[in-house]
Design a protein around this ligand. Sequence first.
Ligand code: MD3
Ligand code: FE
Length: 213
Amino acid sequence: MLDLFSGEAPWQEPLAEGAVIIRRRAFDQGEALLDEIARVAQINPFAHRITPGGYRMSVAMTNCGDVGWSSDIRGYQYSEKDSHSHQPWPAMPGLFRQLAQEAAAEAGFPGFNPDACLINRYAPEAKLTLHQDKDERDLQQPIVSVSLGLPAVFQFGGFERGDSTQKVLLEHGDVVVWGGPSRLRYHGILPLKAGVHPLAGAFRYNLTFRRAF
Ligand code: MD3
Ligand code: FE
């Protein structure tokens, strides 16, 4: 029998070709992951970057790993140093790397070795408008995302901005692996609803592991 829901965490929910949600995969590590986020943010604080269009992003960001993603008025890019602090990014915690590699392998992408981890922090009303992630050199490599804290409504579209979208709730501990054709789908996060999470307080955090260079 095809067992889509065994009744015990974690469980996989296929979303589209190449994309799978592994529900609650990081649930038991939630507290340790949040501790590591706080450590990274002590070295490189969360900041609201400015888009090339001149807008302040509602999502606050930092990065860890050999490479980080950031945006300023000149454009957005991956780089080995933060264009704001001129410092290298904090190292990627071993716990982060192991989780990303294991989840990728479970979803059918063995050998994934991320060099970048973008950390997004959402306060109430923060959102991420529909976009594609295509600044990475090898688009055959998947992206692994880990949601922590308050839940958010994720929008998953097609290959053009105007395509219809499906809405999926992403909750604390959910891990999603985006590979294959899904890698280039438009996606975004609807404005965060206020709440209190027992471990993360008033915030949602999202880790995205990438092979950028
Ligand atoms: C689908 N982050 O950082 S995670 C991003 O929750 C980003 O903060 C959102 O989109 C967040 O770029 C969504 C889910 C996600 C991440 C990367 C993807 C979905 C994706 C790349 C390709 C397709
Ligand atoms: Fe994205």
